[in-house]
Write a protein that binds this ligand. Structure first.
Ligand code: MN3
Length: 202
């Protein structure tokens, strides 16, 4: 079973002015589509071909760069589209809100730490919020298309929020102003989805 590029859960222009339509369209139809096609090519005819993407990444041989880069790229963007929404933003309530307060003290402190992880990732990569066994939350970042599900990335737990800080995610609108893009992301952050993932994966 080949992996398929998922549709976005909203229109390309739905996240404007925070993320522009052209960036969203290129990101989805070129970048995410490319990772999907190359992942399928890399696993075709191998023992990985019938596994779920989670199982492929969990047990990944990190020297398999084709699956590492494209499997990570496939998975990471599937999550990224879901954790944004035109109705997003604000501060989370419910159990995810309580877990953030418990793990980071305040929402402001969480926001500062997450933004810092995203801003200080050198070159291309991702910032993550991960749930650990027992429910504690941790922030980390990875290079390139690595993610916390993969072995030995320095990030552990299950990712419930991911922010793409590759230049292709923001350069058309923000050029080198990555911190402005990170700040805008909080206006479209889909806390409902992050909260659902938190409840489902502790
Ligand atoms: Mn990307």
């Amino acid at each position: 079973m080949a992996f398929e590029l998922p549709d976005l859960p909203y229109a390309y222009d739905a996240l404007e002015p925070h993320i522009d339509a052209r960036t969203m369209e290129i990101h989805h139809t070129k970048h995410h589509n490319g990772y999907t096609t190359k992942l399928n090519g890399a696993i075709e005819g191998t023992s990985l071909a019938n596994l779920s993407i989670e199982d492929i990444l969990k047990n990944l041989d990190m020297s398999n760069t084709a699956v590492r880069n494209n499997g990570g790229g496939y998975y990471n963007h599937c999550l990224f589209w879901e954790v944004m929404s035109p109705d997003g933003g604000g501060e989370p309530g419910g159990e995810i809100g309580a877990a953030i307060s418990e793990s980071f003290g305040t929402f402001g402190s969480f926001r500062e730490k997450f933004s810092s992880a995203a801003a200080t990732r050198f070159g291309s990569g991702w910032a993550w919020l991960c749930v650990q066994p027992g429910g504690k939350l941790e922030i980390c970042s990875t290079a390139n298309q690595d993610n916390p599900i993969m072995p030995d990335t320095g990030c552990g737990g299950f990712p419930i929020l991911g922010l793409d800080v590759w230049e292709h995610a923001y350069y058309l609108n923000y050029q080198n102003r990555r911190p402005d893009y990170i700040s805008s992301f909080f206006n479209i952050l889909n806390w409902q989805k992050v909260g659902d993932l938190y409840l489902a994966n502790q």
